[in-house]
Design a protein. Structure first.
Length: 451
């Protein structure tokens, strides 16, 4: 195997949000050099805090300016209508060409209409939270940022928030301080709705991560990875051995495993809430939101399906477990054999396996959950394969470190930092130890999964 090429692919795969900075070494500047971030209500590096809670709670929506922030004269603000085919197309083009690509421009994220309908239109979504910047003269979309509403729970406290995502500035307009203006404008629009906190993730180090997780990758279709030019046979191994290493059973093995349906929502949501209550950073879903995130787009054609959710129903008709993963493929450019690489991302899951134990960190509870999750997520990877995915990605969040090694998820080079805007919180474990290896003992207290 050409180890360098494989590493390049793995680096690219871990960039699930198209964050190019995730491809580089993490850099932490001095606080004074964060010219923008030092002016924002965010926690400083190594700041000692006594209490968790909002940093600035003095403002009201009427204190917030009514006019958009000034923009350089050749550009203008443009609220993107995500129901409009042409406007959505503008966003795809911007993101597909500027969000991420590898050095040789061989791969690009292949965002689809279906993906954005799912990611940007949960219950409560707002038209004016899809913020674009266009060139006045041509109408070309050159920057974008989005917000969606979420109910966040930080160590048991409810924090009405938004999730910020898909921040992108056209490559030719980089380093011109456009990102801070986009961030201030989305903040203004969100504040106008009386929301003062936000959750966001980035590969770059900003002041200050509340948690950091590591990416992990499970190759599914080794042969295809080789055919698209990324893998070769490693020294001392044969191609057959590599294929054998990653070969999966054809069929899932969990009894009672089936796709989730509308009728399962109440029971699955109740199980999910019970399971999630163990974590310190959690997204609470109401029924409507849960239906959107886990069944959303269920009516779309199989080859364009975005979210895959399965439940396990036992002999008594009770739902004991559920898991989900989403699809966000890459386009493969200039390759005779393949035009697309299927990528699956582990999303939320829950199990009742260790709920009966008083101490979930006891040996018995850990062993029971590890066995159940390993078997469930193994089935998730098999189902991802059946849905033509070639790689399966996960983070070290949730209880994931219990199964990553056993299921052959290799640790990635990338790390994902979780941030809270205008909220101080004590650090939350991200499932990695000091030396960045998987922390199978403490695991993670991050219960949220971001796209
Ligand atoms: S993460 C995905 C980010 N997108 C990409 O990585 C795509 C490719 N890259 C780009 O498009 C550009 O490089 C971006 C920066 C747009 C990232 N998050 O305009 P600039 C700071 C926050 O000259 P550019 C996602 O979507 C940087 O430290 N800040 O730089 C979540 C510097 O500030 P300071 C970032 O390279 C986004 C300033 O920007 C990021 O042309 C969450 C430089 O600006 C980053 N990923 O453009 C946003 N990268 O001087 C925050 C750089 O202080 C939301 N910077 O060091 C906050 C909550 C808002 C809502 C609140 C509601 C209550």
């Amino acid at each position: 195997m050409d180890q360098k090429k494989l590493e390049d692919l793995l680096k690219l795969l871990q960039v699930n949000q198209g964050d190019l900075s995730k491809l580089t070494e993490q850099q932490r500047k001095d606080m004074k050099d964060y010219k923008f971030w030092k002016t924002q209500p965010v926690q400083k590096f190594d700041e000692t805090i006594d209490n968790e809670g909002p940093i600035d709670s003095s403002k009201k929506p009427e204190d917030v300016r009514d006019e958009p922030y000034p923009m350089l004269s050749e550009f203008e603000w443009s609220t993107i209508d995500i129901n409009d085919v042409q406007e959505m197309e503008d966003v795809f083009v911007l993101l597909n060409e500027n969000y991420v690509e590898d050095k040789d421009a061989t791969f690009r994220f292949n965002y689809t209409k279906e993906f954005f309908q799912w990611a940007l239109k949960p219950p409560g979504w707002r038209h004016d939270w899809n913020v674009g910047v266009r060139v006045k003269a041509t109408g070309k979309l050159v920057a974008f940022i989005s917000a969606i509403p979420i109910h966040l729970t930080v160590r048991g406290k409810d924090v009405a928030s938004v999730e910020i995502n898909f921040l992108c500035v056209h490559k030719q307009l980089r380093s011109k301080r456009m990102a801070p203006v986009l961030i201030k404008e989305i903040t203004r629009r969100v504040n106008k709705q009386n929301i003062w906190q936000a959750l966001y993730t980035a590969g770059v180090v900003l002041p200050s991560p509340v948690s950091t997780c590591r990416y992990a990758h499970r190759p599914i279709n080794w042969t295809k990875l080789q055919e698209v030019g990324f893998s070769d046979v490693p020294m001392g191994k044969t191609a057959a051995e590599m294929v054998a290493l990653y070969t999966l059973p054809k069929e899932t093995k969990t009894q009672g495993l089936r796709p989730m349906e509308l009728k399962d929502i109440d029971e699955t949501l109740a199980l999910f809430e019970k399971y999630e209550s163990r974590f310190e950073l959690v997204q609470a879903f109401n029924k409507e939101e849960f239906t959107h995130w886990f069944l959303g787009g269920d009516d779309i054609p199989a080859d364009k399906k975005v979210i895959f959710t399965y439940v396990v129903e036992n002999d008594e008709g009770k739902i004991t477990d559920f898991f989900s993963f989403y699809s966000l493929p890459f386009s493969v450019l200039e390759n005779a054999a393949h035009s697309e690489l299927g990528i699956g991302y582990l999303f939320y899951y829950a199990s009742d396996a260790d709920l009966k134990f008083e101490d979930r960190f006891s040996e018995d509870a850990t062993k029971t959950l590890k066995t159940r999750l390993t078997s469930l997520i193994s089935d998730a990877v098999i189902l991802a394969k059946q849905a033509n995915m070639d790689v399966f990605n996960a983070l070290t969040s949730q209880d994931n470190t219990l199964f990553l090694d056993d299921l052959k998820f290799g640790p990635g080079d990338g790390f994902l930092n979780f941030y809270l805007f205008n909220y101080k919180a004590f650090p939350i474990s991200g499932g990695i130890k000091e030396d960045k290896s998987y922390d199978t003992e403490k695991r993670s207290n991050v219960g949220v999964v971001m796209l």
